[in-house]
Ligand binder design. Structure first.
Ligand SMILES: [Zn+2]
Length: 158
């Protein structure tokens, strides 16, 4: 009977305990999922040390959830999301470069570092590209025909 009461109060107790604490967010999820993956990998011979790393990540995730310094945790979350978005957009760019490799070419503007997409020019020519972001022009030789994924542009003296 007492046990039943204890369990029926559990939700309330947890709520009370979590009052004023930060809680679970995207970074916590990332940490716990990574911990789980590392935990599985730690069964592979010579990768046993992943166990320690996984535990550390789990403790970190719990620490963040129970933390009362909400402002600092929000800052961490913002930083995490910024890095995640950067990696994701980089991935999308690489995927687009590969998908459109026959029709379009991507260059990086020398002035503002923006990515410029143009329909694929003939090989072995020097073309002038106007950056749509900063409006500046730069010249680019198309001789090297797409060996590198994203070629940074260099000014070629005429
Ligand atoms: Zn530019």
């Amino acid at each position: 009977m007492r046990m039943k009461k204890w369990f029926s109060n559990l939700g309330y107790r947890i709520q009370y305990f979590m009052q004023g604490r930060y809680g679970y967010d995207e970074l916590c999820r990332f940490l716990s999922v990574s911990a789980l993956v590392l935990l599985l990998l730690s069964y592979i011979p010579y990768l046993g040390f992943f166990y320690i790393v996984a535990l550390t990540l789990l403790v970190w995730s719990c620490f963040r959830s129970f933390s009362k310094n909400i402002y600092k945790r929000q800052m961490e979350r913002q930083k995490y999301l910024t890095i995640k978005n950067k990696i994701r957009s980089r991935f999308v760019l690489c995927r687009n470069i590969w998908r459109e490799r026959k029709t379009h070419k991507y260059y990086r503007c020398l002035h503002c570092k923006a990515t410029v997409r143009i329909s694929k020019p003939e090989k072995g020519k020097i073309i002038t590209i106007r950056c749509p972001k900063c409006g500046q022009e730069f010249r680019k030789s198309t001789a090297s025909g797409g060996k590198r994924l994203l070629q940074s542009c260099r000014h070629k003296p005429d």
